[in-house]
Design a protein around this ligand. Structure first.
Ligand code: MG
Length: 379
């Protein structure tokens, strides 16, 4: 399988390289792209020997070219799109973070390349456009997100689905009081009980905005109305998500909380192989599985996401942009954790949503809201 990894130095990208290394002879890595973490990229180049590499800055590209003269180096957003459009690829993994994922994903679809998609912002911002084009071109969008990977595995006949059940670990503040959440420090918020992830998604997991983004993601991926998507808190993170059918049967996907398994699934789909996961799942060791309703008072971001998703248009774009910039401001200790919700809600309330937005309208809305949010969060 000829594949490329966009965002290979991030958390998902690094784990994808681990999966690839455990399956020698299976993958041929065409291209890697990284931002500015040149040290990690240098190691990955030596491990998988790609033909092309894209980095953020031209300087880094020139520097690496001297070290690896046989490799073709590209840079910037255009380089990223060139790599995503390269029809040598049979599949690309889009694991870049934030809105950077949108254009390369569309470029791959235009060139009939299947996409393993780890970038949920792409669907939150432009799910209608992306999924419509993928259907028209017959391109597969394979979700890396563990919940959506689970649902993908549980779906047999979509016409007979009653609802999707998306599980949530509940994050570090599941048992905290609302006061404690309001006063949470960056360090407390970054301490996730189950998953080791990048900073942005870890903060989103603490506010349950991540689950909200996943609800919108699920709506687009599986073409499911919002009233048929249920979020259930499941602190053990063993059940990764489930599908209920019209006859009352529920099919769930279970396993260790490990991103290696869903990453490998999207890279080898429709087949399964022995790979990086060598442990056998043990129900007896897992012992018990708990489930509870999410607390919308303590985690109002989840409510915002359902509202944004149901209204559609550019409202999810606004929510995504405001939330992301507010998360960065929180990480910079400029605002409190609770203000992420307050600022995002304020931006959503003030926005006049555009129905059926074009890609340009989406990108413009995204830019304006980011500027406004940065202004309102700078001291
Ligand atoms: Mg997830």
């Amino acid at each position: 399988m000829k594949i490329s990894i966009l965002g290979s130095t991030g958390s998902i990208g690094r784990q994808a390289i681990e999966v690839i290394q455990k399956m020698p002879g299976f993958f041929d890595v065409v291209s890697l792209t990284g931002g500015s973490n040149i040290e990690v990229l240098r190691q990955q180049i030596k491990l998988v020997n790609p033909s092309n590499v894209c980095v953020k800055s031209e300087n880094d590209a020139l520097l690496l070219k001297k070290e690896f003269p046989k490799i073709n180096f590209l840079h910037g957003d255009e380089g990223l799109i060139d790599i995503a459009s390269d029809t040598t690829n049979e599949r690309i993994l889009v694991s870049v973070s934030g809105k950077t994922g949108l254009k390369p994903t569309l470029a791959a679809i235009e060139n009939n390349i299947d996409v393993a998609l780890a970038n949920k912002e792409t669907l939150v911002m432009a799910g209608d456009i992306v999924m419509k084009r993928a259907r028209e071109k017959g391109v597969k969008i394979l979700p890396v997100d563990s919940e959506h990977g689970a649902i993908h595995q549980c779906l047999s006949n979509r016409d007979e689905v009653e609802k999707l059940i998306i599980t949530a670990s509940g994050g570090p503040f599941r048992n905290s009081s609302i006061e404690d959440i309001k006063n949470a420090t960056v360090e407390q918020t970054l301490h996730h009980p189950r998953w080791n992830m990048g900073k942005k998604i870890t903060i989103d997991s603490a506010t349950l905005m991540n689950k909200g983004l996943e609800v919108i993601e699920a709506h687009h991926l599986f073409n499911m109305p919002y009233d048929k998507i249920q979020v259930v808190v499941h602190p053990q993170s063993i059940v990764h998500s489930a599908v209920e059918y019209v006859d009352g049967s529920v099919i769930a996907q279970l396993g260790f909380p490990s991103m290696h398994i869903p990453i490998q699934y999207t890279l080898t789909y429709p087949h399964r192989f022995e790979g990086i996961e060598t442990r056998s799942f043990d129900f007896i060791k897992a012992g018990r599985l708990d489930f509870e309703a999410p607390d919308m008072e303590k985690f109002p971001c989840l409510k915002l996401a359902f509202e944004a998703g149901k209204q559609g248009g550019t409202l999810p774009v606004v929510m995504n942009a405001a939330n992301e910039e507010a998360v960065y401001a929180f990480l910079d200790k400029k605002i409190s954790l609770w203000q992420i919700y307050e600022i995002t809600k304020k931006m959503m309330d003030a926005h006049k949503s555009i129905t059926n937005p074009t890609l340009d309208e989406i990108l413009e809305t995204d830019m304006i809201i980011r500027e406004l949010t940065k202004k309102s969060t700078s001291k």
